[in-house]
Design a protein around this ligand. Sequence first.
Ligand SMILES: Cc1cc2nc3c(=O)[nH]c(=O)nc-3n(C[C@H](O)[C@H](O)[C@H](O)COP(=O)(O)OP(=O)(O)OC[C@H]3O[C@@H](n4cnc5c(N)ncnc54)[C@H](O)[C@@H]3O)c2cc1C
Length: 419
Amino acid sequence: MKVAIAGGGIGGLTTALMLHGAGFDVTVYEAVPEPRPLGVGINLLPHAVSELRRLGILERLLPLGVATEELAYANRHGQFVWREPRGLAAGYPVPQLSIHRGKLQMALLEIARQRLGEGAVKTGRKVTGFVPDKGGAVRFHMEDSGTGRSYDERADVLVGADGIHSAIRAQLHPGDGTPRWSGELMWRGTTMAPPFLTGRSMTLIGTRGCKVVAYPLSAPDAHGNALINWIAVLNNTAQGLPGAEDWNRPGRLEDFLPEFAEWSFPWLDVVELMRGSEGTFVYPMIDRDPLPNWTSGRTTLLGDAAHAMYPVGSNGASQAILDARALTRALLEEADPSVALARYEQERLPATAAVVAANRRQGAARILDLAEERAPGGFDDVSDVFEPGEREAIAAEYQQVAGFAAAGVGAGGAGGPRG
Ligand SMILES: Cc1cc2nc3c(=O)[nH]c(=O)nc-3n(C[C@H](O)[C@H](O)[C@H](O)COP(=O)(O)OP(=O)(O)OC[C@H]3O[C@@H](n4cnc5c(N)ncnc54)[C@H](O)[C@@H]3O)c2cc1C
């Protein structure tokens, strides 16, 4: 069976590797003529990492990132509201992985070309639309990104893994419109700086509308400095969007640093961290409303094309990888590809819609909003601010929704491998 994948991002390439491993004939069509390692840090949760291990590529990816050991939430005074172990430290059979998005994409591209053959990932091919074809197959249209020349190809199944501005999604749902903006902007950067807390900690500091996220992407070098990924999130409805969203739009330190001027804590100097970055990127906090369906006949959606979500809770890439596994399993187990796509959608659409909704509520980071509401000036003892078991329950609820509760990972549960 011939499967065509529109989009060679994290979701598209992982799907290609899984489908190829399952014996399908796969070709990826990527719009960018020469993919480059773009983006900054992302996190892969243990259920997604366990899928990468099943693919036999984890050993290759681990040295590119950091096995996250802890998640530490702090208020804007630098006081810890909640700390929890992550990945191996939390008892999962695999780590949570903090990794540079571009490095991950380039590694997946290289592995895909090695396993599927050089010609299996065609770059400079922008998929523009599709029509049903004879015998239940699908015919899709492409443009050469350089020359603008048009092509047509035919496949038994077409997967739209073409990101938040998906052309396949736009054809399936013409009324869907533009992404929804939360009113917040994110400035993202990386800085060589001393590691903080455990040295493998991820931290979230502040509240909704005024927050910093930081985590290391490398082990310390000979000078004791690691590459630290950081994100400053500010409500920006007054100034509005700086233009159409673009992951590579440069940002300006003066637009956000003053809001964090007091954030120099004994365990992390946020101001120094931001100042030390060579440059920053600015991107709006956007997502899309869940769709009523992803599939039409032999065409379906995957990853951000299907369920773009706020980058809260480390789920963008992780959920795309879970989609890839569910799609592979359905295509393997169902003789009729249309039935397989419907089954895949039935499994993944409600699950990812729940994550989109949970991320709109800030995921487990709402612990920070509660702390701010109840103790805006800080606290002497955090247990005066929360009921016994309250923070544990918030953290556990998000893990359930996103499918990475420890019992399910690697053991065939909610997020674990089943196929
Ligand atoms: C350049 C870039 C930088 C990013 N940086 C970050 C980041 O720093 N932090 C973060 O949390 N998330 C980032 N993301 C988003 C993150 O990669 C996704 O949320 C997540 O990995 C899910 O992946 P995906 O494969 O569904 O989508 P994406 O990773 O967005 O991949 C979609 C792919 O499809 C290609 N494409 C788009 N339209 C077409 C078309 N019509 N035909 C063929 N191919 C097409 C794109 O070029 C891209 O390679 C970035 C995405 C991109 C594209």
